[in-house]
Write a protein that binds this ligand. Structure first.
Ligand code: T3D
Length: 264
């Protein structure tokens, strides 16, 4: 089923939902209505029992050029509150992706700049077209990092590279991003969506409880000590070991058949 809203397109397929940022003429730069529609689309997909995986992408030649700067034209006598904008509109999108029990795949179809780059990096598996580039554009505008970039980047590519690309605000090619471990895969432009959709379909065959446990464990590992992480793994594994999907997985293995997970 397709639901078309002017700025965010939602397509429901068997077991997954494709969310497409849809302002191609502005490289999918974020406006308030677009960020609100994106958050709603994510929340609905995460709450939808028929959806096991979300695939996020952009329409046209860009993935997302970050904040629409037309909304930020200086007005004499008025100062914008970008902190409020982050708290109200960007942070909920990042938190929704990171706290969801379902994986979010991102197909970066073109340039991803500013907050747009960091929305992509918040996702669980990121594929990029060979033509894509990632720009921490903030220093070109007089801004600091946002949308989680200063949290994701040092963890993904190390402090030295993260600092340099933020300070220099230079584009990072998809190939370089892949070589640095910032993203999972680089794909030829014409194969991006089929590759991303095949990977998404493959994820729908995995146990939903495993997806949730993996997301929770990896998120927590960023701040946990080894002892805390071992305790969390034991807690998550206790629940997993009692799940119907684990019984299905073990039985299927012992019968030499592929498992068909029912989910939670
Ligand atoms: O609330 C808050 O403000 C929070 C803060 C958030 C942080 C941010 O995300 S700030 C914005 C960060 N993003 C940028 O600085 C990127 C700005 N854009 C660019 O540097 C370039 O457009 C690109 C490098 C992304 C792509 O260049 P190119 O040459 O491929 O395309 P273009 O011709 O520049 O852009 C195509 C159109 O998209 C053009 O519109 P037009 O002239 O054809 O009508 C351009 O103005 C528009 N566009 C691109 N980025 C934005 C944008 N319009 C508004 N805002 C944009 N960010």
């Amino acid at each position: 089923m397709d639901v078309t809203c002017p700025v965010v397109h939602v397509r429901k397929a068997a077991g997954y939902t494709v969310i497409t940022l849809n302002r191609p003429e502005k490289l999918n730069a974020c406006t308030v209505p677009m960020l609100e529609a994106l958050l709603t689309a994510l929340q609905e997909a995460f709450a939808d029992c028929a959806c096991r995986v979300v695939l996020l992408t952009g329409a046209g030649r860009g993935f997302c050029a970050g904040q629409d700067l037309n909304e930020r034209k200086p007005v004499p006598g008025q100062l914008p509150d970008l902190g409020a904008s982050l708290i109200e509109h960007y942070n909920p999108v990042i938190q929704a992706i990171r706290s969801a029990e379902k994986p979010v795949v991102c197909a970066v179809n073109g340039v991803a700049a500013g907050a747009g780059a960091n929305i992509a990096l918040a996702c669980d598996i990121v594929l990029a077209s060979r033509t894509a580039r990632f720009i921490q554009a903030f220093a070109r505008l007089g801004l600091g990092p946002d949308a989680g970039g200063s949290w994701f980047l040092p963890r993904l590519i190390g402090d030295a590279r993260a600092r340099a690309i933020a300070l220099l605000a230079q584009p990072v090619s998809a190939e370089q991003a892949h070589a640095w471990g910032m993203i999972w895969q680089v794909v030829e432009a014409e194969e991006l969506m089929s590759t991303a959709e095949n990977l998404t379909v493959e994820l729908t065959t995995r146990a939903p409880g495993s997806m949730a446990a993996i997301k929770r464990a990896y998120q927590a590992s960023a701040t946990h000590t080894l002892e805390e992480q071992l305790a969390l793994e034991a807690h998550l594994q206790r629940d997993a070991g009692r799940s119907a999907d684990y019984a299905i997985g073990v039985s299927a293995f012992l019968c030499g058949e592929p498992p068909v997970f029912i989910g939670r």
